[in-house]
Design a protein around this ligand. Structure first.
Ligand code: GLY
Length: 378
């Protein structure tokens, strides 16, 4: 049996996480933080794709601390998303990120019937984005008048599929799962390169379904290797295996994991892209590291014991480095937990700052290591 030693830094990391989350919750409240700029989390409108991460983090801390005020804030965030679910006409594929960490989290922890209904409604909207000809979930709506992006699919969407798997299980209707599986087949065919690196964006002809190209998106270039996209694939494929038991998903997850781990620098926290020319600044993206670490811990649970150590040790090493070298535990002028995330380098947005999804996945990784916790994607 693989020895599951509890890392000696884990209790201290969890205590620091709870203490800081309680402190910053006094300022953030039921808001929707994205990036911490100058030490203060900038709050976004509730329709922004990151809206689930703060309430998701609050639920993770609530589950173990039973801190009622954190639960209330998470519930308020969920209610604040209702106008987005009911009245907003530009909901995109990020429905999974948004309602898995709010409504599914609430339903799993409190059995709220209203939360269950919201999550099923979100799943319906997500399923409706499926393009039958191309067998992909459409990513976005037009960003500007006249733009046509009906043929765009992105690697991030792997993490939205758990909403569909959940909806199938919950409703007993396999159609959601069929759609998720069809999308994931497309991911295997068009997004994952033979070496385990991934494309961010794949473009299809929305009418014929033919693949028409690959785009760089948030990576440096179409043929580069955006690290957060690689983490979305690693974790998303592992979750696809968790929900379906289909071998090809875990084989691909392992291939992506091996690529990811082979690219890590000395401190085990990735650069924002694994393939950038020397003149481009190699900022870290701690959020990619946190997401990959949590995914690696799940992957370790899914493989045989002779393999598990490789993934678990890597996940633990990454979380420890994030905790010791990137954590802002004793800086009262910084609201973020984990420094040095990179949101969107090509657009020059939120570079080298704490990001709420980095904080979320770091805390999720700790929750996994503490064992027996509810993980909302599963
Ligand atoms: N597009 C979501 C992300 O920045 O990873």
């Amino acid at each position: 049996m693989l020895e599951r030693k509890t890392p000696e830094w884990l209790d201290e990391a969890w205590e620091n996480t709870v203490r800081k989350t309680v402190r910053v919750s006094g300022r953030i409240g039921a808001g929707f933080p994205h990036a911490s700029v100058g030490g203060i989390y900038v709050l976004e409108a509730p329709h922004w794709w990151t809206a689930g991460f703060w309430p998701g983090l609050l639920w993770l801390v609530y589950e173990e601390s039973s801190n009622a005020s954190l639960r209330e804030l998470a519930e308020q965030c969920e209610v604040k998303l209702d106008p987005v679910l009911h009245d907003y006409t530009r909901l995109d594929h990020d429905l999974g990120f948004m309602w898995s960490l709010t409504s599914i989290a609430s339903y799993k922890l409190t059995q709220s019937a209203a939360s269950r209904r919201r999550a099923l409604q979100a799943a319906n909207y997500l399923a409706a984005r499926f393009n039958l000809q191309g067998r992909y979930i459409r990513a976005w709506n037009p960003w500007r008048e006249g733009e046509n992006n009906a043929g765009i699919a992105i690697i991030d969407c792997c993490m939205n599929m758990p909403l569909l798997y959940w909806a199938s299980k919950e409703s007993g209707d396999p159609r959601y799962r069929h759609i998720a599986e069809a999308h994931m087949e497309t991911v295997l065919e068009h997004f994952i390169r033979p070496d385990g690196s991934v494309y961010h964006i794949v473009q299809f002809d929305a009418f014929t379904g033919e693949c028409t190209g690959k785009l760089g998106g948030q990576g440096y270039a179409p043929e580069s290797a955006w690290s957060r996209g690689t983490a979305w694939a690693l974790y998303g494929l592992t979750l696809a295996y968790h929900h379906t038991g289909e071998r090809r998903y875990i084989d691909a997850a392992k291939r992506v994991a091996h690529y990811f781990l082979a690219q890590l620098p000395e401190d085990s926290v990735p650069y924002w892209d694994f393939r950038i020319p020397p003149e481009v600044t190699k900022y870290r993206d701690s959020s990619a590291g946190a997401c990959a670490a949590s995914g690696l811990l799940l992957l370790a649970d899914k493989v045989g014991e002779l393999e598990a150590g490789v993934y678990r040790e890597a996940g633990v090493r990454m979380l420890e480095s994030l905790y010791r070298n990137y954590g802002a535990w004793h800086d009262s002028g910084e609201e973020g937990l984990i420094r040095h995330g990179t949101s969107h380098y090509p657009e020059g947005k939120n570079i080298d700052v704490p990001l709420i999804y980095g904080d979320y996945f770091f805390v999720e990784g700790l929750a996994r290591l503490r064992g027996g916790r509810t993980i909302f994607w599963e």
